[in-house]
Ligand binder design. Structure first.
Ligand SMILES: O=P(O)(O)OC[C@H]1O[C@](O)(CO)[C@@H](O)[C@@H]1O
Length: 246
């Protein structure tokens, strides 16, 4: 696991975008695994700016998203479908039929398997972008989730619902369930890029960096089993650990 320490959220966003751009420039038909939440917003802004200024093209790229709330209308502004459209898809030349998110309405096992099969049929994810929850969740894989599981339906923890309530009118409006790529799905990605910003992530980042093996009580620790993980974290997120800076 390579840990890149940066000063602040802006630098984290820039560095993460650089890595994504490099991936797309090297492999124009790359499959990008994408994340939502507050953390990657700046990264998408950087990607859009680069697309406008430098012409990086997404015409041959395919994207697959990590997760979506169960039962939410894709047109609902709080859906991850809407998030991706407004932060990224609407501003670059990615063809509409080359972006995939989990189906929020069909919660069957068959549909979950179809999502994993789709990713496999695309040749797998070249670069998976991840954020991290305060409790160590990646995607919506909450503590206790088996680490080999594929795409599945999860019951969101109170802490995750509270953390995401800032986007909804009230806590009661935050869906109780979600569909997420499983940790088994995530670990199949060829390369993983986890980004973290802010003091509220410091404990999770410290646990991740110090993890020596996968432990289902802290889902992000599963990344210790992956050979190519880059963590880009800012100073506040790294405040509980000391790193030797290059
Ligand atoms: O970036 P945020 O908003 O702190 O969220 C962290 C993680 O939580 C989720 O939004 C799910 O709650 C993930 O998709 C994200 O990576």
């Amino acid at each position: 696991m390579q840990v890149i320490a940066v000063k602040d959220k802006n630098e984290m966003s820039r560095k993460a975008a650089e890595l994504i751009i490099e991936t797309v420039r090297q492999k124009p038909n790359a499959v990008l695994g994408l994340a939502t939440g507050g953390t990657p917003e700046g990264t998408y802004r950087e990607l859009v700016a680069d697309h406008r200024q430098n012409g990086t093209s997404y015409q041959q790229v395919t994207t697959v998203n990590l997760d979506e709330y169960a039962g939410i209308d894709p047109k609902d502004p709080n859906s991850y479908h809407a998030y991706m459209a407004s932060h990224f898809f609407n501003h670059v030349d990615l063809p509409e039929n080359q972006s995939y998110l989990p189906n929020s309405f069909d919660l069957s096992e068959k549909e979950s398997k179809r999502y994993d099969d789709l990713i496999a049929s695309l040749g797998g994810v070249d670069l998976q972008l991840l954020g991290i929850g305060r409790n160590g969740h990646i995607g919506f894989n909450e503590p206790g989730t088996p680490l080999t599981i594929g795409t599945h339906i999860v019951q969101l923890t109170d802490s995750t619902r509270k953390a995401n309530a800032r986007y909804f009118g009230s806590l009661s409006e935050v869906p109780e369930r979600a569909v997420t790529m499983g940790i088994g799905t995530i670990l199949k990605s060829k390369r993983i890029l986890l980004i973290a910003s802010g003091e509220e992530k410091a404990e999770a980042v410290s646990k991740l960096v110090h993890a020596s093996r996968p432990d289902s009580s802290f889902p992000a620790s599963a990344l210790t089993a992956h050979p190519d993980v880059t963590v880009i974290a800012d100073e506040p997120a790294l405040s509980l650990i000391s790193l030797n800076k290059d």
